[in-house]
Write a protein that binds this ligand. Structure first.
Ligand code: BTN
Length: 317
């Protein structure tokens, strides 16, 4: 953790308290001589501190702006998040990862405040208004290569759904293949792409979008944490929690994917349902029975035949 992340973390751990320079030095290890100038820099970036002549400083406001320091104050890093970059604007965070893929460390995460050409599944675009969501991509090289793509997506959807449930207290569930939904509305999406041996896990979460932030055609099918809960959510905190959960599920996936499948089943709105699944111009119909060991959906058709599916769109059921 760098010094600014340590200072932010110290204030977040004692939300109401005044912290003296001596206390900040002992908690963060940052020399007290440089703390005042760092607090000034944080102030320039939108943090507001209240200063008490005897007791020190209290953090009273944090900017609604994603920064690597503020994310690292919540999650100091594991494999996922070995390096965190935050862009003001980019075409797609997955494009940035693709450009860095040959040189970058496993676990690199790229966030952007807005994307000008965000991509969704099935060739769709992904609406990414500035400062309203979490639009990010992660570079991973699973030992099983592209064969593990489906496991990776399944694990990520479990991690995302868990964190949204815990942090925002919404009833986030998973609609196959990997939409995170609240009721019948989509709250988040995941798109896994492969370049050579590298997986690019792209995650989009609608955090603080109002209805009007969605284009008209999505206003009846999409939702956000703000719409669901009526309050604005701290995106840095959420980002930190998400990276921690993604890291944990990435480890579990490699050791014991069965556990992840069980968690997925507990959150799924698709399993046990009679569904129609569109894949290109083909429509398949049957019972969504379970996920197999590779993360594929086992679809039992009415004629008893079984199919194993890795992508598509649930259109009914
Ligand atoms: C879906 O269609 O459900 C998947 C949406 C994935 C969107 C995210 S936002 C961050 C990353 N960059 C992109 O261009 N797409 C993914």
């Amino acid at each position: 953790m760098n010094p600014d992340a340590k200072i932010i973390a110290a204030f977040q751990e004692s939300p109401e308290a005044y912290l003296s320079l001596a206390k900040l030095e002992s908690v963060t290890g940052v020399p007290r001589t440089s703390i005042a100038s760092r607090l000034q820099l944080l102030t320039d970036h939108g943090y507001v501190f209240e200063q008490h002549p005897h007791h020190g400083y209290r953090l009273v406001e944090e900017p609604d702006r994603l920064t690597a320091d503020a994310i690292q104050a919540v999650y100091s890093g594991g494999k996922v998040g070995s390096q965190i970059l935050v862009f003001e604007s980019t075409s797609s965070t997955s494009d940035v990862i693709a450009r860095h893929a040959s040189r970058a460390r496993d676990g690199l995460v790229v966030f952007a405040e807005t994307q000008t050409r965000g991509r969704g599944r099935q060739g769709r675009s992904w609406v990414s208004p500035r400062g309203k969501g979490l639009w990010f991509s992660i570079l991973l090289r699973p030992t099983g290569g592209a064969a593990q793509a489906q496991q990776l997506t399944v694990s990520a959807s479990v991690a995302v759904a868990h964190v949204l449930r815990e942090e925002a207290k919404v009833d986030a569930r998973i609609k196959w293949p990997n939409d995170i939904v609240c009721g019948s509305r989509k709250l988040a999406g995941i798109l896994t792409e492969y370049r050579d041996t590298a997986a690019i896990l792209g995650i989009g979460i609608d955090v603080n979008l109002n209805k009007d932030d969605f284009p008209a055609e999505l206003q009846t099918t999409a939702t956000s944490l703000l719409i669901e809960t009526g309050r604005v959510h701290d995106r840095n905190r959420l980002a930190g929690r998400l990276l921690a959960a993604l890291d944990q599920h990435y480890t579990t996936m490699a050791r014991n994917f069965e556990t992840v499948i069980d968690q997925w089943a507990g959150l799924s709105v698709t399993l046990g349902q009679q569904v129609k699944i569109r894949q290109g111009d083909q429509l398949r119909e049957g019972l969504a029975q379970a996920l197999d060991g590779q993360g594929r959906l086992i679809l039992r058709k009415d004629n008893g035949q079984v199919e194993y599916l890795v992508g598509g769109e649930v259109t009914g059921g």
